[in-house]
Design a protein around this ligand. Sequence first.
Ligand SMILES: [Zn+2]
Length: 276
Amino acid sequence: MKSIQAFACPVCEEIYKTEQGASKCEAACIKAKIEADKERQINAQLEELRNYVRLNAESVEDICKMSMEISKKLNKSQYIKEMTLRVRYVEHVSNSHSSPIGQPTNFGRKSDKPTGYPALYGSILFTYNKGGKLSGSDIFSKWGDRGIKGINTGSGGSRSGNNTYGYDVTLWLDDFPKIKEKIEKLHENIKEFHDFEMEIQNQYSDILEQDVDLAIKQARVKSLNEEILTLSAKRDVIQTESYHIQQKHKAPLAVFLDNKAKQFDNDFGIRVDRSF
Ligand SMILES: [Zn+2]
């Protein structure tokens, strides 16, 4: 039996004839691992920054403030210096062009997929501190996977130069958990209030039903209304009859007057107003 000595890199377990070979591999492997760890760490930090606004904002105002702060951390030289959001809550916004993170879009409105989700929908206006490699909505997700997440810009573009841009904007509620919680609580309150309102309405109806005096008055009003209807029908008939009588008398007099007027015209050569 012939035996040979070999050396393995302790990291990747690659086999080498010489100890130097294995040591060299080990050093390279350790270096690569450190670099990979570093990159993973940087990516994780980047991911945290990109998600910071949507995961921490509790209001629309927060979204603007935090976007400005985070844009500065994502890109020191060019960042958002002003930002305004005009949005309102909409129960069902179409997911044709974007969707909540992890959910499908549905451009063709296919029936086997959702056609929309609750969102804050409206417009966004923002200004970069200066021109540069970022333009338009780059800072929101589209910038080589480095942008702020959760702010989905639609149609729009440059506004009045000066590095200002305006777009339609969709903020899916599912992407903003703290705002979602607030809105859900608000809806609960609204529902509670409606229930309370209904209860008061019912109480009111019960009180009215039990009031005998009101029942008598309402019955009287009802019978008077019926009387009024009958009388106005009669009035219409009599009015029509009286109109016909007037017309009957008017016709011969009009002919008489017309003839007189013509005679007058002939006698004096003056035009006379013949309306009657
Ligand atoms: Zn190795």
